[in-house]
Structures are given as C-alpha cells and as structure tokens.
Design a binder for this molecule. Structure first.
Ligand code: ATP
Length: 311
C-alpha cells in the first residue's frame, strides 16, 4: 500500500499465563480512512489497539505509526494518536476544561484555547467546562474522554467500542464529529461488535476473531457478502433429489428432504423468489411454511473460519 499511516506487521501477543490474544496480525491503515475492526468479545480488538498505542508490548512483530516505530520511538508515535478507551480514565476531582488542557500539554503541545473551545462546543461540553468530572453524567464523562483524546490534534483517532452503553444523542454527536474529523483528514479506527456500526461509517472493515485478523475488505464488498439471506420452504412431501427444472436457483435440501433452502442476495434487484415460487407451483411442489432469515454476524464468522480452514 502506498504510504500507509499505520503499519502493523506480524504482531503477536501472548499474555502472562499463556493466553495468545493476537496471532501474527498484519494490517495497513490508509491515511484518512475510517476503518472498523469487527469482532466478538475477547477477539483481541482492545489488545491490538493497546499494542499500537504502546500500552501493551507485543511479543513479536513491528508497528509503525506515520513512520515512527511504536516501541523505539514511542513518544513521537504516540503523539500522532488519540485514544478513546472503553473504560473511564480521568481525574474525578478535576474540571472538564483543566482535564482537556492537561491532556494536550502531556503531548507537549502549547495551548490553543480556540481549538479547545471548539472541541468542547462540538461535544456539547462547553457549558460544563467548569464542572468537576465527578459531577457529570455517564454520557458526559464519555464525551470528556473523546475531548481528551482529541486535545492534541492527533492524526489518528482510535475509538474502542464507541457506542457501547451510549445514549442516542451522544451517538449522533459522535457520528457528526467523526464526519467532521474525516473531512479534516483524520484517520479513524474503531472497534465494534456491531455490523450496523461498521456499515454506517467505515470505508474498510477488518474481521478479527481468536486473535487472528481473518480478512480486511472494502465495506461495500463485505456488505454484499453479509447481505445473504436464506429462505426455507417446509415441504408437504419430502423430496429425495432436487428436480432439474429448479437447477438455476442452486437450491439445497435440508432436514432429510423436508426443507428446500434457497440462498439469495438480499441487496440484489431481483431476488429470484417470485419466479422460484411460480416454478414450484408449475411443478406441483407444495409447501406448508416459508421462513426467511438473514445471516447473522455469528454465521459470517463461522463461514469465514470454515473457508479459512478449507483454504
Ligand atoms: N492483561 C491481560 N492478561 C491476560 N489476558 C488478557 C489480558 N487482557 C486481555 N486478555 C485476554 O485476551 C483476549 C483478548 O482480549 P481483548 O480485550 O483484546 O478482546 P476484545 O476483542 O477487545 O474483547 P471485547 O469486545 O470484550 O472488549 C481475551 O481472551 C482476554 O481475556
């Protein structure tokens, strides 16, 4: 890839006690993109972010942040990054404004009151600037974490599970803010359990499970895969084989011939369902029930893992 802003090469992490949380992860992030790291609980998302941010030391591999090695050139690498962690990490007795200004100074940047004010206004925190963190609601505290992460004008922003336990208004503000950051050229990497979240914003999606990065794809390509649906027809009479007249739908027989299954692309203009049902009528094949279901994230993980094993 041409000049990635972030390059992770062969990174593995085995925690004390022997748990291998990351297994030879290779990942390049493009300048200015929004990248969603999708994976179930315990997949290794937080561990991957933590190694990039220098919080966790990888057992092997290298990480380069805009040309700076994340370990040997930690300070410069870290200064490029803003991290919104999953858990609260703020001084409860400080005020909002002092917290955010302090965070900026930590990265060696001089004061820039106009920037801080705009940031706090963007996050609806300006009116609360003199309040102590402990006086804020949970949602407001989350906003402070975002303001802190952006205090030093980083080029890369990590959002670890940004919308877990977050109310609708914060969610909306967050998406708006992300949109504005993107127009300024900030690269954004977020972790999520939710396909919908990746779908809403990301340019590319990486799927991680069991510490392995299974795939990285343009969102549109992945969504096409995720858009598959199944239609199950419960037959009145079980079938031994599929009649050749039905070949074009690539059906399968399940449930010992009692169920006829059609897999189709939910996003396609023509699903093929009306013509299939017509054909079944012509052939005198009757069914007592019809059920459609969408592939779940779980199915997709299973498919990916199986495909990978088969490859
Ligand atoms: N400090 C640690 N010591 C030992 N094991 C750890 C440590 N941190 C995480 N793990 C383990 O490593 C694995 C990956 O954890 P990680 O937090 O990276 O997953 P995640 O994808 O972020 O999960 P979640 O979606 O639940 O936040 C888990 O099995 C976890 O129990």
């Amino acid at each position: 890839m041409h000049d990635p802003i972030l390059a992770v090469a062969g990174v593995s992490k085995t925690y004390k006690g022997g748990h291998r949380a990351l297994d030879t992860v290779d990942l390049e992030i493009r300048r200015g993109e929004i990248f969603a790291l999708l994976g179930p609980n315990g997949a290794g998302k937080t561990t991957l972010i933590s190694t990039i941010c220098g919080i966790v030391t990888p057992s092997s591999g290298t990480i380069t942040v805009d040309g700076h090695d994340a370990i040997t050139d930690f300070k410069r690498a870290r200064a490029k990054i803003g991290l919104v962690p999953q858990e609260l990490s703020v001084d409860m007795f400080e005020t909002v404004l002092a917290t955010v200004k302090f965070s900026r100074r930590l990265f060696g940047r001089s004061g820039h009151d106009a920037y801080i004010e705009e940031l706090l206004r963007d996050l609806s925190l300006w009116d609360k600037r003199s309040a102590k963190i402990m006086e804020l609601s949970g949602g407001m505290k989350r906003r402070v974490l975002i303001a802190k992460a952006l205090s030093h004008e980083p080029d890369i922003l990590f959002l670890d599970e940004p919308t877990a336990g977050v109310d609708v208004s914060l969610r909306r503000d967050m998406w708006k803010l992300i949109g504005r950051l993107r127009t300024r050229g900030v690269t954004i990497i977020l972790t999520t359990h939710y396909i919908e979240e990746a779908e809403e914003m990301a340019d590319r999606v990486g799927v991680i499970t069991g510490g392995k990065l299974l795939l990285v794809e343009e969102k549109t390509a992945l969504m096409a895969k995720l858009g598959k649906r199944e239609m199950d027809l419960a037959l009145v009479e079980p079938m031994a084989t599929i009649p050749p007249d039905l070949a074009e739908w690539h059906l399968s027989l399940e449930n010992e011939g009692h169920t006829l299954r059609y897999v189709f692309d939910a996003q396609a203009e023509r699903t093929g369902i009306p013509s299939l049902l017509r054909k079944l009528g012509e052939l005198g094949i009757t069914f007592k029930d019809l059920e459609t279901s969408k592939s779940s994230l779980e199915d997709i993980f299973v498919d990916l893992v199986t495909e990978r094993r088969a490859a």
